[in-house]
Design a protein. Structure first.
Length: 318
């Protein structure tokens, strides 16, 4: 076989194709894969978890406000993926750590509440104002943990309600710890989804962190996709009850009017005291009852004591 020498025109043509991007470099098409963390999840699932815990934060703020009888604001500040070792190192020491069961799934999550939040809440639950300026860095005692049981039940109830949009997970308390290094519910290199929240009660604030194993989120991947990729149409009974609680204190204006006769402006200007206007409105004709200016009911005139009233006969569905 004879050796063939490329002409300058052929060489220029090859370089032109490379410059125009018509020839793709296999190295540029490669994607980075971390074999040490095969259980990492996609960014779209992290966005779904972000939306889920935004709902959790809103519900928890309402529940804690009623429980502590104080204004409570809960804000979601971060959702990220990291190893359990990194998650534990970022927590203060000592702190309040709770190992959570996730039945029927086989795994454990972690709930952490900073001391800057725990001790003011304890003071409020014991009758104080919760505004102590002294920074307490000691461990939470067993008696104090038992006092916090009611608070933890509320948090886990709202957490289960938020996750019910994806799966029915029963969160339960399986253990308490004060040192992050001593909490051995997950392997150090196991990936977790870390959810960070700021809880503000009046002038005090503190952080609450939740760590969920990434492998559990991957197991529920199809349920996340089904829940967040399609718009939710069915309203649950819980949603109806929550909406009813919000609108129940509202006040509305009810009006009942009889559509009467029409008259010209000249006749209107000639009206004098003592004139009688005959309304052409049969007694058997139903009345229109409006709520804030919108027709909602039909009714009839009735007598109650010495007053006239409107008895609702039908609801306007249109």
């Amino acid at each position: 076989m004879t050796d063939r020498v490329l002409s300058q025109q052929e060489i220029d043509k090859v370089f032109k194709k490379l410059h125009d991007g018509k020839s793709k470099d296999p190295v540029q098409m490669a994607l980075t894969y971390d074999f040490r963390r095969p259980d990492r999840i996609a960014k779209d699932q992290l966005r779904s978890i972000h939306l889920l815990h935004e709902n959790f934060a809103r519900n928890l703020a309402s529940s804690l406000s009623a429980y502590l009888r104080a204004y409570v604001a809960v804000n979601l500040i971060s959702v990220e993926q990291l190893s359990f070792q990194e998650f534990a190192r970022a927590l203060p020491s000592p702190t309040s750590l709770i190992a959570l069961g996730m039945r029927p799934l086989d795994g454990n999550a972690v709930l952490e509440i900073n001391p800057s939040l725990v001790f003011p809440i304890l003071e409020m639950l014991l009758g104080g104002a919760g505004k102590g300026i002294t920074k307490i860095t000691r461990e939470v005692t067993e008696i104090e943990q038992s006092i916090l049981e009611g608070l933890l039940r509320i948090i886990l109830h709202d957490l289960r309600t938020a996750w019910s949009a994806v799966a029915d997970i029963g969160f339960s308390i399986e253990g308490h710890e004060t040192e992050p290094q001593l909490l051995q519910v997950l392997a150090p290199n196991e990936a977790v989804v870390s959810i960070g929240m700021e809880v503000r009660i009046g002038d005090i604030s503190g952080l609450m962190n939740i760590g969920v194993p990434s492998i559990i989120v991957k197991m529920l991947r199809h349920k996340f996709d089904q829940q967040w990729s399609l718009r939710k149409h069915d309203v649950t009974e819980t949603d109806r009850e929550r909406m009813l609680r919000l609108v129940r204190p509202a006040r509305v204006q009810l009006d009942t009017r009889m559509q009467g006769m029409k008259m010209g402006m000249d006749a209107l200007l000639q009206l004098q005291a003592g004139d009688v206007l005959a309304f052409d409105y049969p007694v058997e004709r139903p009345l229109d009852l409006t709520v804030n200016g919108k027709l909602k009911y039909h009714g009839n005139v009735v007598i109650t004591g010495r007053k006239r009233a409107c008895e609702i006969a039908a609801t306007v569905t249109a």
